[in-house]
Design a protein around this ligand. Structure first.
Ligand code: ADP
Ligand code: MG
Length: 695
């Protein structure tokens, strides 16, 4: 859908125009203060003139087809007017009122009626339940905000907000950048955030896209737009609310419960190169970093302070935030110390106070970092205020940073250690030179780190050669352990050695072949969780134990309390020791199949320590997921205990992903729980598996 008539209207008609209603009046005032150059048509049968302009009785009386129609009529009269839009050749509309789909059946019906008119006639509708569109470069607005300083407002950030008020709050801060567009998109009945994103991607005034989101309405189009933005080199910065867990749906597998979690959204957008932030402070620092003349080409941050205390603080903050502060090399140290004097610690952050001539030391420290190959961004960390009683001249060390930054292909920043506190003159001085002041140790460092990661290409998507499974999946309530393991083994997942037996004699023979001790379990599509019914017997040491277990399992099957179609009893190797892990696949309602891995057994319920990725995986995802677990240290060597066979577990994860690549359309959920993760070189063995087919 073409949004030009909504976003760059050549004419704006206001239905229900009036000088007495504050909100409506403001639309006219705002167009005046913006210096809107298009035609403005107030519509109201009660008046001949309004705001010194000719007023028209109805849409049908306008001298031309209006580009944009702003709806300021009462809720009851929206539909009758909306029906006129195609007849008069209108191109776009804004409906501000709430009371539509978000508030019940009647509103939903009205929204549907408006949607179908829009679709049929190609009317770009913003809203309902929104605040409209503000385009500072085009000097047009359908919002009720009055712009007092157009020059300050104009910039390169395209902002799309589901919440109008939050959006206005953001647009109000123009200290470090301005806006190319502000859209309050509301219910997105017709035009949704992906459409706006696509418009901004093609808009030459927009360098970076910011989004405040409450919901993803069209996930497929949304991620496609993210891909387009990435390809166009425009970062998309997203703050999504509602990160607390959604209501849990009815689920069969453990992994199934992870679908719909905010983690899925985070990982899905990350896989499409969006930058996620968790609050406003982070949002503004990231948008500020994006303003820089150059962006960091790697994650190495080099920090300079004039204080040992601040250096230590910044190191703590950076470490906690997961930022990379590479220590200086011997060579860099020698060069730095030749001017500065002794440098403490590992030199990053570098307390460059030294002998005390900071005017000389700071440029030298920056020059040393500029040459260091591990440095990708250089920061002066300091404290700054608008009304600093000590700072004379007011620009302090900022000109020195600017001078170095303008010459370098590595970005230079001035970082104030507290968020939101900025020195206006310093910001201006830096900004005029294509450089950036940041606020907040954690927020600032994380912002540079996020943009640096955005600026490095993602690893390629893994290709899979797996073939569709030979055992049937569809039409079954669940696929039992034995079949599931066979299918997975065909994709390179290592599973327990096992045999399915239907007689005790066969079980005994199988046990002998496999070697004692063994495990015997009753296997059926009707029983996804066997131990709930006492259908798992572990540690069977000899034939007598197998015989006894067999009898007990037979008895327990009868006690299940529902009809059970038994596939047989599986006799399998007993895998002693090992760390119990789980891996699984679930289908997120928005983003489709995702793979999760974490600590298994009941721990998944308690610690919720898992990592997740949308499928298909990218190269290195499995290893990265394991490294990202909170309990990752448990997989390493601890107190004489050898490290776990992480390599084999990664292989199992890739095997699971390959299986899904070949059979995904038939799958709702998969649970490998537990996987016994053995010491290095001894493998990762799937001990139990469950597949839940789609439908
Ligand atoms: P459920 O269907 O109830 O999940 P499992 O097959 O996972 O049943 O078995 C329950 C538990 O028994 C597992 O979590 C694991 O601790 C243990 N177990 C099952 N099979 C084996 C095995 N082959 N080797 C060692 N332990 C096992
Ligand atoms: Mg299990």
């Amino acid at each position: 859908m073409n949004l030009d008539r909504l976003i760059k209207p050549r004419s704006i008609a206001v239905i229900g125009a009036s000088e007495n209603v504050v909100g409506t009046k403001r639309i006219f005032t705002s167009l005046q203060t913006l210096g809107y150059e298009g035609a403005i048509y107030p519509i109201n049968p009660k008046y001949d003139t309004l705001f010194g302009m000719k007023c028209y009785p109805s849409l049908k009386d306008l001298p031309e087809a209006p580009d944009l129609v702003s709806f300021r009529v009462g809720f009851q009269r929206i539909l009758e007017n909306f029906e006129m839009l195609p007849q008069v050749g209108a191109g776009a509309a804004v409906i501000y009122d709430g009371g539509f789909a978000e508030s019940g059946e009647e509103g939903r019906k009205l929204q549907d009626a408006i949607m179908s008119i829009s679709r049929e006639s190609g009317i770009a509708l913003c809203g309902p339940n929104c605040m409209g569109v503000l385009n500072p470069h085009h000097r047009s607005s359908s919002t009720t905000q009055i712009v007092s300083n157009l020059d300050a407002l104009r910039g390169n950030v395209g902002l799309i907000s589901h919440s109008g008020s939050v959006g206005i709050g953001l647009v109000a801060d123009v200290r470090r950048f301005g806006y190319s567009l502000y859209v309050s998109s509301g219910n997105e009945a017709v035009v949704s955030c992906d459409d706006y994103m696509n418009w901004l991607i093609d808009d030459p005034n927009t360098k970076v896209i910011a989004m405040f989101m409450e919901a993803v309405r069209k996930p497929e189009q949304f991620v496609a737009a993210l891909d387009r933005a990435a390809a166009a080199g425009k970062p998309v910065v997203i703050l999504k609310v509602g990160r607390s867990e959604r209501t849990r749906r009815a689920i069969t597998s453990h992994t199934g419960g992870l679908a719909g979690s905010s983690k899925v959204f985070s990982e899905a957008i990350k896989a499409h190169r969006a930058i996620e932030v968790t609050d406003m402070d982070e949002m503004f620092e990231v948008l500020s970093v994006c303003q820089g003349r150059v962006l960091p080409k790697g994650r190495g941050l080099s920090l300079i302070t004039g204080s040992g205390g601040l250096a230590e603080l910044m190191l703590d903050v950076a470490t906690e935030a997961g930022c990379h502060l590479p220590p200086i090399s011997d060579e860099t140290r020698a060069e730095a110390e030749s001017v500065i004097g002794h440098i403490g610690g590992d030199g990053n952050p570098m307390d460059a106070w030294g002998h005390g001539d900071f005017q000389r030391n700071l440029p030298h420290a920056m020059a040393c970092f500029d040459k260091a190959p591990t440095t990708h961004a250089i920061l002066l960390c300091t404290e700054t205020f608008d009304q600093a009683p000590f700072l004379l001249p007011p620009l302090g060390n900022v000109p020195a940073v600017a001078e170095a930054g303008m010459k370098s292909d590595k970005p230079h920043y001035v970082l104030n250690s507290r968020p939101g506190i900025l020195h206006g003159e310093q910001v201006k001085y830096m900004r005029e030179r294509g450089l950036v002041c940041l606020g907040g140790g954690r927020q600032g460092l994380m912002a540079i780190d996020r943009v640096a990661r955005w600026n490095t290409p993602l690893p390629p998507i893994r290709k899979s050669a797996a073939k569709p499974a030979s055992v049937a999946i569809g039409g079954r309530s669940t696929v039992h352990e034995f079949d599931a393991k066979q299918m997975l083994a065909a994709c390179g997942v290592s599973v327990t050695r096992e045999k399915l037996a239907t007689t005790l004699e066969a079980a005994k023979t199988a046990a002998k072949e496999i070697g004692y001790p063994v495990v015997v379990k009753a296997v059926s599509d009707d029983i996804p969780h066997k131990s709930e019914y006492g259908l798992v017997k572990v540690g069977l040491a000899d034939e007598a134990a197998v015989t006894a277990a067999w009898a007990e399992l037979e008895a327990n099957v009868k006690k299940v309390g529902k009809p059970v179609k038994l596939a047989g009893f599986v006799v399998q190797e007993m895998v002693k020791d090992g760390i119990e892990m789980f891996a699984g696949v679930s289908r997120d309602p928005d983003f489709g199949l995702t793979l999760a891995v974490g600590f298994g057994g009941i721990e998944i319920e308690i610690t919720r320590d898992f990592a997740l990725r949308p499928l298909p995986l990218r190269e290195g995802d499995a290893e990265a997921m394991l490294a990202e677990l909170k309990g990752a240290a448990r997989l390493g060597a601890i107190r004489g205990k050898p490290p776990a066979d992480v390599k084999s577990l990664a292989q199992a994860i890739y095997g699971l992903a390959d299986f899904v690549a070949a059979n995904g359309d038939q799958i709702a959920e998969i649970d490998l729980n537990p996987i016994k993760l053995m010491p290095e070189g001894k493998g990762a063995i799937v001990v139990d598996a469950l597949i839940v087919p789609k439908n």
